[in-house]
Design a binder for this molecule. Structure first.
Ligand code: ADP
Ligand code: MG
Length: 439
C-alpha cells in the first residue's frame, strides 16, 4: 500500500480514537505517527517512553476500537517509540486516487470452486494489463469477495508495472465526481482523469442504472480506454444483461471480454476463510470453532467475518479464551436475528410507538429534531437488521436517496459509540423489533 493511503487511514483512526477518548486525547494523542499497518496489526509511534507507557495502560482499547471501526477489521494496536520522528520517511504520492485495503491481496484470498474463475482471471489481468481479458466483469451477491479481488488486482498490478496509472473507485464515486465536474464546469478535467489511465477499475457498476447521463459519459470513457488497449475491470451484483435499465450498448460492451461469476462459498472454503481471517489477526482458534462458524454462517463472507469479530469482541470483554462455548454464546443472538425475517415495517412500528410519532411524519419532509432523530434511527436499524439496500430503505422513508440513508447510519453509529443512552435505546428497540418480527 502506498504511504499516503496508510497515512490517510491512520489519520481517520486517530480522529476516531480522539472521539472515543476525548479526555486523554487532549494531552496524549498529538505527535503520534504511524509505523506500520499490515496483516491486522497497527504500529503507532510515540515521541517518548512516557507516552508509550501511558497509551499502553490507558488507551489501547479506544485505539483498538477506532482501528476496527475505520478499517472494518480486527486490528491489534501496538505503541512504540518512533525513532525517526520528524523526518519524513515516506515520500507522499499524490497523483492517484488509489486507496487499497491492506488486507485485500491475492495472498489473503482463499480460492475455492465458487470463486476460482474470478480469481484466476484477476491474476491473469494483473500480470498483463489490457492483454488478456478486457473488459473483465465480475459479478456475484454482496459479500462474496468482489471488492477484495479488485483491490488485489490493483495491488499486484502496481507492484508489477511500476508507473502504470491505475484508478480504482466505486461507481458511486465515479458518478459523484462526474456530477461535481459538470457543476464546476470542469468536464475536461474529469475526462482526462479517467480516459488517460492504464487501468480503470469500477466497483458496483450496477449503480449506473437509471443514471442516463452518467451512462453516456461512462460509455465514452469505456471506448476511449478500450480503443487504446487499456484495461477495464468492473464488478456488479448481477450479470450485465440483468442490471435494470442499463443501455444495450453498455451491456454488449461489458460482455466483450470475460464475465466471471462468484458463487457463495462451500463449507470447506468457509472454514478456510475463517482460519485465514483469524490468522491475519494473530488469533489462533481451534478447528472446531472455525467449523462451527462455517456451519452457522453460510450466506456470505462478510457475515462470516462479522461472526469472528463478534466472538473476538466477547473474548476481549470477558477475558476468556476463544473456545466452542464462547463462540456459541457469542453467535446465539446473531443466529436468533438471522432466523427472523425483520421487515422495515416491523422497525417503523416499534420506533414510531417509542417516539410517539406517526409513520407519515417519518416519511414527510419535516426536519425538526423530534422527527429527524426517529427517522435516522429507523434507517440505522433497517440497515443493521434487514438486508434492504440503502435505496430501498430511503424509498420506504419518504423517497430519500441512498446518501441520506448512509449519512443517517453513520451519524447514529457515531452517537451510539459515545452516548451510553443511545446505545441502550438501540439495544432496547432491537430487542422489541426481534420479538415482534415473524419467526
Ligand atoms: P463484495 O464486494 O463482493 O460485496 P467484499 O470483497 O467486500 O465483497 O468481501 C467481504 C469480505 O469478505 C471482505 O472482508 C473480504 O476480505 C472477505 N472475503 C470475501 N471472499 C474472500 C475469500 N475468498 N477469501 C478471503 N476473504 C474473502
Ligand atoms: Mg463490494
Amino acid at each position: 500500500m502506498a504511504a499516503r493511503e496508510v497515512e490517510d487511514i491512520f489519520a481517520d483512526i486517530l480522529d476516531r480514537a480522539k472521539a472515543l477518548d476525548p479526555a486523554n486525547a487532549r494531552k496524549w494523542f498529538d505527535n503520534l505517527t504511524i509505523l506500520h499497518l499490515d496483516g491486522g496489526a497497527l504500529g503507532i509511534g510515540c515521541p517518548d517512553e512516557a507516552t508509550v507507557q501511558f497509551l499502553c495502560d490507558n488507551c489501547k482499547s479506544s485505539f483498538n476500537r477506532a482501528a476496527q471501526q475505520i478499517t472494518g477489521h480486527l486490528v491489534s494496536v501496538d505503541f512504540r517509540i518512533d525513532n525517526h520522528k520528524g523526518a519524513s520517511r515516506h515520500p507522499r504520492r499524490l497523483e492517484s486516487l488509489l486507496k487499497l485495503h491492506p488486507d485485500y491481496t491475492f495472498e489473503n484470498f482463499v480460492v475455492g470452486p465458487s470463486n476460482r474463475l474470478a480469481n484466476a482471471s484477476c491474476v491473469a489481468v494483473s500480470q498483463s494489463l489490457g492483454n488478456t481479458y478486457n473488459p473483465l466483469f465480475l459479478y456475484g451477491n454482496s459479500g462474496l469477495g468482489k471488492t477484495h479481488l479488485l483491490h488485489a488486482v490493483c495491488c499486484e498490478a502496481r507492484q508489477r508495472s511500476d508507473g502504470a496509472v491505475i484508478q480504482l473507485l466505486s461507481c458511486e464515486d465515479f458518478v459523484n465526481r462526474f456530477i461535481r465536474a459538470i457543476e464546476q464546469g470542469n468536464l475536461a478535467g474529469f475526462q482526462s482523469q479517467f480516459r488517460t489511465v492504464d487501468m480503470l477499475v469500477i466497483d458496483d457498476i450496477q449503480f449506473l442504472r437509471e443514471r442516463e447521463q452518467s451512462q453516456e459519459e461512462f460509455f465514452h470513457t469505456f471506448n476511449a480506454l478500450y480503443n487504446n488497449g487499456k484495461q477495464i475491470i468492473l464488478s456488479a451484483d448481477s450479470p450485465p444483461a440483468e442490471i435494470p435499465s442499463l443501455e444495450a450498448r453498455l451491456i454488449s460492451r461489458f460482455n466483450w471480454g470475460l464475465v466471471a461469476r462468484i458463487d457463495p462459498p462451500s463449507y470447506e472454503t468457509r472454514v478456510a476463510i475463517v482460519q485465514k481471517k483469524a490468522h491475519l489477526r494473530g488469533l489462533t482458534i481451534a478447528d472446531e470453532v472455525s467449523e462451527y462458524i462455517a456451519q452457522q454462517v453460510q450466506a456470505n463472507i462478510r457475515e462470516l467475518e462479522g461472526a469472528l469479530t463478534t466472538i473476538y469482541a466477547l473474548a476481549i470483554t470477558t477475558g476468556e479464551k476463544i473456545d466452542i462455548d464462547l463462540a456459541q454464546t457469542a453467535l446465539e443472538r446473531q443466529i436468533k436475528l438471522a432466523a427472523r425475517h425483520i421487515s422495515i415495517t416491523d422497525i417503523t412500528n416499534v420506533v414510531t410507538r417509542h417516539f410517539d410519532v406517526r409513520l407519515g411524519d417519518l416519511q414527510s419532509k419535516r426536519r425538526n429534531q423530534s422527527i429527524a432523530t426517529p427517522r435516522q434511527i429507523c434507517m440505522y436499524l433497517a440497515r443493521n437488521l434487514t438486508k434492504h439496500s440503502l435505496e430501498e430503505i430511503g424509498g420506504h422513508l419518504g423517497g430519500r436517496d441512498h446518501t441520506t440513508v448512509m449519512h443517517a447510519c453513520g451519524k447514529i453509529a457515531g452517537v451510539k459509540e459515545t452516548d451510553p443512552q443511545m446505545h441502550a435505546l438501540l439495544e432496547e428497540l432491537t430487542e422489541q423489533i426481534t420479538q415482534t418480527a415473524q419467526v
